[in-house]
Design a protein around this ligand. Structure first.
Ligand SMILES: NC(=O)c1ccc[n+]([C@@H]2O[C@H](COP(=O)([O-])OP(=O)(O)OC[C@H]3O[C@@H](n4cnc5c(N)ncnc54)[C@H](OP(=O)(O)O)[C@@H]3O)[C@@H](O)[C@H]2O)c1
Length: 183
């Protein structure tokens, strides 16, 4: 997109080498103040926001019973509330423009409950309902909302994956079967 002449910003919680033509901004989607300061910084360099891609996601691999409530909330904080925060921050700009596009990265696990990833699935299901409703609400303002629902593809998610808080032997067989299908 940068090569096509678009002004492109990437985000990360960490220091990152940017691709050519892409400016990196610090962002933690779980923090209200981080989201506000990221969008504020972006708007000092451009006075419009045409496209928001909500890609940040927290993947986990654990049975529902083996996931602590804190972990379940952490998954939702990134995968659902993070997107709500970013969307709320850009909507005033897009509404004023009377144009914009929001692309939310969901998952096939947002369409089918994925065993071994129950709370990840639940967070993506929440994202699906939110995005469908938002799409209708924003239609009068010429703002589009899209959902992308990929299957498995190779990324760094194995390194950043949240691990089970508890381990119960009753789930050993199921865990092995699921583990071998993901790796
Ligand atoms: N890989 C798959 O098979 C697959 C399948 C379906 C859907 N997806 C979805 O695709 C998206 C990308 O996942 P991935 O596979 O590329 O996983 P990944 O390699 O683990 O990357 C996760 C990305 O999310 C960012 N992120 C995580 N927590 C964040 C936070 N609190 N604030 C800001 N950024 C945060 C990370 O940025 P930093 O660490 O640099 O901050 C990183 O860029 C996710 O929404 C995931 O659910 C992936």
């Amino acid at each position: 997109m940068a090569q096509e002449g678009y002004c492109v910003f990437g985000t990360s919680r960490k220091e990152h080498q940017a691709s050519q033509g892409v400016e990196m901004l610090r962002l933690d989607v779980t923090s209200d103040s981080s989201v506000q300061s990221c969008i504020k910084q972006l708007l000092t360099q451009t006075n419009r926001i045409d496209l928001l891609i909500n890609n940040a996601g927290q993947i986990h691999a654990s049975m529902i019973e083996e996931t602590s409530l804190e972990q379940a909330k952490e998954i939702f904080e990134t995968n659902f509330w993070g997107i709500v925060r970013l969307t709320n921050a850009v909507l005033p700009v897009m509404r004023q423009q009377r144009s914009g596009h929001i692309i939310n990265i969901s998952s096939v696990a947002g369409l089918i409950g994925a065993p071994g990833q129950g709370f990840y699935s639940a967070s993506k299901f929440a994202l699906e309902g939110y995005s469908e409703a938002l799409s209708v609400e924003l239609d009068p303002f010429n703002i589009n909302v899209s959902l992308i629902e990929p299957g498995y593809f190779k990324t760094n998610f194995n390194q950043s994956m949240l691990q089970a808080a508890f381990a119960y032997a009753d789930y050993d067989t199921a865990r092995d079967v699921i583990g071998s299908s993901v790796n």
